[in-house]
Unconditional design. Structure first.
Length: 314
């Protein structure tokens, strides 16, 4: 296991140009960095996290009722047989999207759902703002004429962003291996991911030379992953990071909260002209986010999806 210093971007530092250079460098080298002093209210984070933890502590039969509305799942990740040691909620993070919490249900369920939904929505608002700030800095650092080109996609009314909560319970099994995969190796398909967790370790990123690098937990920080779509938009200049979550049988329950920033379904993803050069000819054909998503759903979690859109080169 390699020890690499994960790049840290301190947003309270005033020298914006320096921050932008560091951020672009981190995305080129790792596709990953940590953000501190990000200005996100920890009260909003704490309330959302508490509401989720109380959801995951419900009896299984209660949680199973939330498959439809909150995308509750257990062990099955995706629809191609990928299994993880994880329970999760997966739902649209588009605060404008149809809010189904108005459905007729018993009062007790309705209250719980509405509370959870409102805490999630508050969280999405603050985390989306931070995501857009980061995307604008990346746009500026890459020297594209419209520095808001990435954030505009995420700000669209019909953006396809998601919110996911991964809950890794403590092992009840005696003599189970000390460390097991909780969420298998993959890259995130969207534009950018903002991940945070409670103070329990688990996240690992794969460095360019293919070694796994453990990421120390920091509940006060956000971890940022470049997704496949940003890699395609920047013609491979910013790299999407492969990562996984490990589960240690002796440690405590881990909760990670993951915001995946995505464009509307119909968005055409093409490498930006400024990122195509003599030394870096165009790598990918154009595709819509909907096409890319469909491809993703047809593949195993750990597959490299972008190669399917790569242009042939002599
Ligand atoms: O739980 C984690 O730390 C990683 C989860 C993850 O990579 C994902 O949900 O895409
Ligand atoms: Fe991920």
């Amino acid at each position: 296991m390699e020890k690499i210093d994960i790049p840290i971007i301190d947003l309270s530092v005033k020298k914006r140009h320096m921050l932008i250079d560091e951020m672009v460098k981190a995305c080129e080298e790792f596709g990953f960095f940590k953000v501190i002093n990000h200005g996100v209210s920890m009260e909003v984070v704490q309330k959302m996290e508490d509401a989720c933890l109380s959801f995951f502590s419900l009896p299984s039969c209660e949680k199973e009722k939330e498959k439809e509305e909150f995308g509750y799942g257990i062990r099955n990740i995706g629809c191609n047989g990928d299994i993880g040691e994880v329970e999760y909620l997966l739902l649209h993070a588009n605060v404008n999207s149809n809010d189904t919490s108005q459905r007729v249900t018993s009062t007790c369920h309705k209250d719980r759902r509405q509370y959870l939904r409102s805490k999630m929505n508050e969280y999405v608002k603050v985390v989306r703002k931070l995501t857009c700030e980061i995307l604008d800095m990346l746009g500026e650092g890459l020297g594209v004429p419209d520095k808001e080109i990435f954030s505009k996609l995420v700000r669209q009314k019909d953006n396809d962003s998601l919110l996911r909560f991964n809950f890794y319970p403590v092992d009840q099994i005696e003599n189970s291996p000390q460390s097991r995969v909780g969420f298998g190796e993959h890259s995130d398909p969207q534009i950018l991911t903002l991940l945070r967790s409670n103070n329990v370790a688990g996240l690992q990123i794969r460095s360019i030379d293919s070694t796994w690098v453990p990421v120390s937990p920091d509940p006060n920080a956000f971890f940022v992953n470049v997704g496949d779509t940003l890699e395609a938009l920047t013609n491979g200049r910013l790299v999407s990071v492969r990562h996984r979550a490990m589960k240690d049988s002796y440690c405590s329950t881990r909760l990670s909260t993951v915001y995946f920033a995505a464009p509307p379904l119909h968005t055409l993803i093409s490498p930006l002209p400024e990122t195509i050069t003599l030394h870096r000819p165009r790598l990918y054909q154009s595709f819509t986010w909907e096409e890319f998503k469909k491809t993703m759903y047809s593949l195993k979690l750990g597959s490299d999806r972008l190669v399917l859109f790569a242009l042939p080169h002599e």
